[in-house]
Design a binder for this molecule. Structure first.
Ligand SMILES: Nc1ncnc2c1ncn2[C@@H]1O[C@H](COP(=O)(O)OP(=O)(O)OP(=O)(O)O)[C@@H](O)[C@H]1O
Length: 700
């Protein structure tokens, strides 16, 4: 776990400064990685790797949401007769740069050059034959009409999240001690949490009164967690191991808060985590609004998105008029006869865009003000739309999957927070090695960029007028999540654990329960003895379907692991070109064989997932998806939190030294175990016992 600091209080100013240093180093590492990739490979190679699209041309320009210019790109008819795009990995929501494609696709480019000249933006739509990009405000100054000929598009590192985290940490750093709220003092250990209102308090007409459950099927641990979260004054942690109904519990909690007239900001680290809640709240007819780029939202949540609500409101009508004018101007750009005419149109567009934004802002503020539940990603909560908005409670789902600096984006204005998560599953991926542990070391790069910023305010007084020197907090790393830190600071009394899991056969659950949850997990009746042969469709009863877990031991030298490029083990995301990863060909053959047997026994391919910790192994197994349409293939880190009836795990590692590398991390093994894992292949490792003695199938 990323926490080796003493469980003592933390000075908020020092905390913010440490986070700034760590974030700086992390962002540098991410940007360098993206830049390295672009400068080391030709556009064609990048396209093959799924991170670029070449030979495109601009087919239209229009005004999109937020008054931004949206350009549509399609295969360039002058170069290719294909009307469809080639296979690619560009997705809606990706940050990309579109730039002129000079002759010679084999030539490597410098990313800085591309960003300077091209149009940077967000992919808003991807079709079979086109991709649309909404230009960033900053890029609007670059003349998109100059992208006349052949263009290409390349994916960039996402810097919005970093910007929001850094802004938040700068705000925290610049606060004086008199600005600290009681909530902040508790979170930093400068005060202890206030006593939690007991059920007796609640029943005696105090704050909440007797709880009338909206969902009567909640189990005791879920009810207990809700009572605790309602009664806590500053902070409540809900610890939800895999499949224990963490989100289920949060839905009831949000509804209970609503009954008490409280206004909430509900956040999660990813769009999917937020949409998951929005989707499950919507049937309760809750007045909710989901912030965020519509291109990144689930279709089922779109109706609640701020953009859609804005357009359907009365105020939205006036906004639409201005937009029509802007579209008109956009279409005139192409017809402009010379640069002077074009510049004149751009200048008119600029004025219209300003008016559009002003009207849209008013409309948005009114709409948000009228909603009791506002949902956004953690970094989305740092957008302008929430400026000046007040909430009674901030609820964060999957808090242990987020960097603490990210949680502070909504928390900075909170008076009370409820965080749900599981600190015993994998934390977010960190790329910079120094961000994992700073101690009192400071990197040269972080130092120099700090010097460049050169405008750090003097530290606020903490004791009389004595100032605090900005030294990084020893032991505080980016991997130290808010969950970890709060538990170390205040102990288990600030959390409640959900103990009944609705996902796995009892035998599968045994390993994570004993190794990570002090044997406290219980399997719900409905799943505790379910086997693949019990699936609600015809499945043969054989040794592959009547055992909850089959463990295939590959010891003996016939299944050697292989390092790609002879390099070291993959950290989770060095994925794109499969550099530095590991694979095991014989094991891949075994996996294929086993999937075939499962399907032959009647298990539907869409009920099967194959997961592996190594990207190179994923590549080896890719053909499985073609053979068995509907079967899922994923990395352990990517699959965490999902569920399937049958999961085949390919552990890959097999060497005479007994090295298991990053599989030695218990939380990663927890990720492997949590789906209804049915088969693991690989050499025995310390956490999974050998041959066929482990657990079995699964739940709905
Ligand atoms: N009290 C309950 N009674 C019956 N089923 C429940 C109960 N609570 C949760 N479940 C079921 O358990 C499953 C997991 O619930 P949910 O998705 O809320 O879990 P989670 O803990 O958020 O999952 P994850 O591990 O993905 O974080 C769902 O199918 C849900 O319907």
């Amino acid at each position: 776990m990323g926490l080796d600091m003493a469980p003592t209080s933390v000075d908020p100013h020092e905390f913010a400064n440490t986070q700034l240093l760590l974030l700086e180093a992390e962002q540098e590492a991410e940007t360098a990685e993206a830049a390295r990739l672009v400068s080391a490979h030709s556009p064609t190679a990048l396209q093959r790797a799924g991170v670029a699209l070449t030979n495109l041309s601009v087919t239209s320009r229009r005004t999109g949401l937020g008054g931004r210019t949206v350009i549509e790109l399609a295969p360039d008819a002058a170069v290719t007769s294909e009307s469809d795009l080639p296979e690619h990995g560009i997705r809606t929501g990706d940050i990309v740069v579109v730039s002129e494609q000079a002759a010679g696709t084999a030539k490597k480019r410098e990313i800085r050059e591309l960003e300077k000249k091209g149009i940077k933006g967000v992919v808003v739509k991807v079709g079979r034959a086109f991709v649309s990009v909404a230009a960033d405000e900053e890029s609007e100054k670059n003349d998109s009409a100059s992208l006349e000929g052949r263009v290409w598009l390349v994916r960039l590192a996402d810097d919005v999240t970093f910007r929001r985290m850094k802004q938040t940490m700068e705000k925290l750093r610049d606060m004086g001690q008199y600005d600290y709220t009681e909530f902040m003092k508790v979170i930093f250990g400068l005060s202890t949490p206030s006593p939690v209102a007991t059920p007796q308090d609640l029943a005696s007409g105090d704050d909440f009164g007797e709880i009338e459950w909206i969902d009567p099927s909640l189990n005791d641990s879920q009810k207990d967690a809700i009572r605790f979260a309602l009664g806590s004054k500053e902070i409540a942690l809900i610890h939800g191991p895999p499949g224990t109904g963490k989100t289920h519990t949060l839905i009831e909690l949000i509804l209970q808060f609503l009954r008490r007239g409280l206004r909430m900001l509900v956040c999660g680290p990813s769009n999917i985590s937020v949409d998951n809640i929005a989707e499950r709240l919507a049937p309760h007819k809750v007045p909710l609004v989901r912030l965020g780029h519509p291109a990144r939202l689930l279709p089922s949540v779109l109706a609640h998105s701020l953009d859609v609500l804005t357009q359907s409101s009365n105020a939205g009508e006036i906004v639409r008029d201005v937009r029509a004018d802007m579209d008109q101007k956009q279409s005139e750009i192409r017809k402009a006869r010379n640069g002077r005419e074009r510049r004149a149109i751009y200048s008119e567009l600029k004025t219209l865009r300003k008016e559009y934004r002003e009207r849209e802002r008013r409309c948005v503020t009114e709409l948000i003000q009228g909603c009791q539940v506002v949902l956004a990603t953690l970094h989305g909560a740092g957008g302008n739309q929430l400026r000046g908005q007040k909430f009674d409670v901030v609820v964060i789902d999957e808090a242990s999957q987020a960097l603490e600096a990210q949680c502070w984006v909504p928390l900075l204005t909170a008076n009370k927070a409820v965080c749900a998560g599981d600190h015993l599953q994998l934390p977010p991926t960190i790329k910079s090695s120094n961000s994992k542990s700073t101690g009192d070391k400071e990197t040269t790069s972080a130092k120099s960029s700090r010097a460049k910023r050169g405008k750090e305010k003097p530290a606020p007084a903490t004791d009389g007028d004595q100032t605090v020197k900005a030294t990084p907090i020893k032991g505080l790393t980016l991997e130290t999540t808010l969950f970890d830190r709060l538990l170390a600071l205040h102990g288990p009394s600030i959390k409640r654990m959900l103990n009944t899991q609705y996902r796995m056969h009892e035998s599968i659950m045994r390993f994570p329960s004993d190794e990570l949850y002090e044997s406290n997990l219980v399997a719900a009746e409905a799943v505790k003895s379910r086997l693949l042969r019990d699936l609600p469709y015809e499945v043969d009863d054989n040794e592959d379907t009547n055992e909850p877990v089959v463990f295939i031991d590959t010891q003996g030298g016939d299944f050697p692991e292989r390092s790609e490029d002879g390099a070291t083990e993959a950290t989770t995301k060095k994925s794109i070109l499969n550099v530095d990863s590991k694979s095991n060909e014989m094991e891949a053959a075994l996996v294929r064989h086993h999937v075939k047997r499962l399907v032959a026994s009647g298990v539907h391919p869409e009920d099967i997932a194959v997961v592996t910790p190594y990207n190179a192994q994923l590549a080896l197994l890719a053909s499985l998806k073609e053979t068995f349409a509907g079967m899922e293939l994923g990395s352990v880190d990517g699959f965490q939190g999902r569920e399937k009836e049958a999961v085949v795990v390919s552990l890959v590692r097999s060497n005479s030294e007994g090295e298991v590398g990053f599989l030695g991390e218990k939380r990663r093994l927890n990720g492997i175990c949590q789906p209804s894992a049915s088969t693991a292949t690989g050499k025995s490792n310390p956490f999974v016992s050998s041959k066929k003695d482990v657990p079995g199938p699964e739940c709905a």
